[in-house]
Design a protein around this ligand. Sequence first.
Ligand SMILES: Cc1cc2nc3c(=O)[nH]c(=O)nc-3n(C[C@H](O)[C@H](O)[C@H](O)COP(=O)(O)O)c2cc1C
Length: 355
Amino acid sequence: MLSSLFTPIALGEIALANRIVMAPMTRDRAGPGDVPTDLMVEYYAQRASAGLIVTEGVQPSEVGKGYWRTPGIHSEQQIAGWRQVADAVHAKGGRIVMQLMHCGRVVVSANRGFAADVIAPSAVPCPVQVPGPDGVPADCALPRAILAEEIPALVAEYAQAARNAIAAGMDGVELHCASGYLINQFLNPASNRREDDYGGSVENRIRFPIMVLQAMANAIGAGRVGFRISPGNPYNGMDPSDPAATFGPFVQAVDALGLAYLHVVDMGLSEFDTLDLLHASFSGPIVANNNLKGDSAAALLDAGRAEAVSFGRAFIANPDLVERIAAGAPLAKPDYTSLYTGEDRGYTDYPRFAG
Ligand SMILES: Cc1cc2nc3c(=O)[nH]c(=O)nc-3n(C[C@H](O)[C@H](O)[C@H](O)COP(=O)(O)O)c2cc1C
């Protein structure tokens, strides 16, 4: 029943008015210094009727930046910019968490505008091209392997980014452990060829991700920290085979931290049912994502397969997605040419449903 989408729920310390979550979406519109702009404030405020907004991926440090015009949360100006976003969403009764996304090896150097190392678990380049400044696909840089003695500082960067997000007025943070970025690079044997305590066995490959989540929970409280995974997703050169072998133990270990929620991009794997596997390993609420519509999303809630649901692309073209689903109104389609370019075009200019 569609009505299940409109009941409140608490994800840890974060109280949602409904169960419709806006999925994180990179839109490449940050201003100079990777600072959020007024246009970004307007974009998020337009979508504040979501039970929860997860922001686009935000780099916890300069080195974490891999794409063109992605925002950061490591400078005073960035914190001030995000405060405008959080305040605008809260003024409309919404909730918002920041997704922390360190790209690791998924870096086109020209996207950065500064010189800094490209770092990854191992010196293995991302085998796929990603968009450069002009949107044209370009090769990723060759990363250098992170030194074991650098790990504590890297963990501390994430903890500081979580504190900065809270200082900016965010309701919490979501650690991006999906889609082949730094945390996923540690989890996956294709990108993690280390022979020290952080590579090899599954216990070793999950070590750094767990340290980061633990540090973020210590910094701002476990009830304000969520994490996102995409088991079996080959994106950005991940080896998609045998996801249960890694994600079973990883999610069980995270469960002990008592985090606010688990957000999963369900790849519809044939080997096992992702939501069943995760519910067996994780005792907190699960936010399910991927290709959902109002009725399929409600069916997941009714069957107890998820506690909340997230929509990505539907939120791009439908700022009032929650109201449209409630009214059974038709959904507009996004313009795919302006996902990562166009300033207000294809960003803040999608109208609300007129009836
Ligand atoms: C333009 C665009 C940007 C995205 N950026 C991110 C991101 O920064 N972080 C992330 O975890 N997922 C990102 N995603 C994936 C979405 O969060 C979501 O998992 C995906 O769109 C599938 O959900 P949907 O079928 O409801 O669109 C992005 C998707 C799109 C379309």
